[in-house]
Design a protein around this ligand. Structure first.
Ligand SMILES: C[S@@+](CC[C@H](N)C(=O)[O-])C[C@H]1O[C@@H](n2cnc3c(N)ncnc32)[C@H](O)[C@@H]1O
Length: 246
């Protein structure tokens, strides 16, 4: 169990205010803190990137691993047959219960998922593995995610930062900050910004691991979390790893 990370997310869930329940408040804490709201076009773009990336169908059962407050889970529900959310933070799950009261929500940890083998057609873990600093933890998590997929199933591990493109990420982030500064009234909130740790992925190392394990995979451009008018909807400084259960 990654105790530090769990404590961090426990505290986010507890301090997050109810007024953010229907917003993307778990995605980027600073945006919430500063009152930045994602327009619906941006949310739809992100949803479509995920649906296309994982080739999600109306007949697919889906697990959202690291579902947080259930915001993405709710977005993906209309595209699938059923969704189950899992998170290791009780406080996050309390938010998810408020936000998606009719969905099945489970407390558990990626790496020791409380599901049988071949339980789901699809799984998604979005803005989650980027916080796993330890390579062993990432690898153990990926194998566990594959375990719960049915044959022919797909898992999308989304928003992984590419180590070799971190300068491009920094540039995009500062441009987005500038856009937000013009568009929203930043800095009015008294809430404290809390940063989660972020892993920069060595793609070659990841490829070597996947090949060694005989895992079929694709690397896809990820949705641009700094998307704003005029920006690219997908970027190559973050990538989505799609695993195929063969
Ligand atoms: C940045 S939030 C993203 C939440 C959600 N996927 C979203 O995009 O709105 C990361 C979530 O993953 C959960 N998490 C992190 N590591 C986990 C693990 N090993 N097992 C289960 N949940 C985990 C955290 O508690 C937190 O709710």
């Amino acid at each position: 169990m990654n105790m530090d990370l769990q404590k961090l997310f426990e505290s986010w869930g507890d301090t997050a205010k109810g007024e953010y329940i229907d917003q993307q408040w778990l995605l980027s804490k600073w945006e919430v803190v500063e009152g930045v709201v994602w327009p619906i076009e941006k949310i739809n773009l992100m949803t479509q990137t995920i649906v296309d990336g994982i080739e999600l169908k109306k007949t697919d059962t889906l697990a959202d691993l690291g579902c947080g407050g259930g915001w993405i889970l709710k977005q993906l529900k209309p595209y699938s047959k059923s969704v189950v959310g899992l998170d290791f933070s009780q406080s996050m799950l309390r938010k998810a219960v408020e936000f998606c009261p009719s969905e099945k929500l489970v407390c558990g940890e990626i790496g020791r998922l409380p599901f049988h083998e071949a339980s789901f057609d699809c799984a998604i873990s979005y803005f989650v593995f980027l916080n796993f600093l330890d390579d062993d933890f990432v690898e153990q998590g990926l194998i566990d995610v594959l375990r719960i997929l049915k044959r022919g199933g797909r898992a999308l591990i989304g928003q992984l930062p590419d180590q070799s493109r971190s300068q491009d990420y920094d540039r995009a982030k500062s441009e987005y900050f500038a856009y937000c500064a013009k568009t929203f009234k930043l800095g009015e909130s008294h809430r404290e910004v809390c940063q989660a740790p972020q892993k920069l992925f060595d793609i070659e190392k990841l490829r070597n691991f996947l090949q060694r394990e005989g895992i079929t995979y694709e690397l896809k451009k990820s949705f641009n979390p700094f998307y704003c008018p005029g920006a690219e909807p997908v970027v190559d400084w973050r990538f989505d790893l799609v695993l195929h259960k063969t």
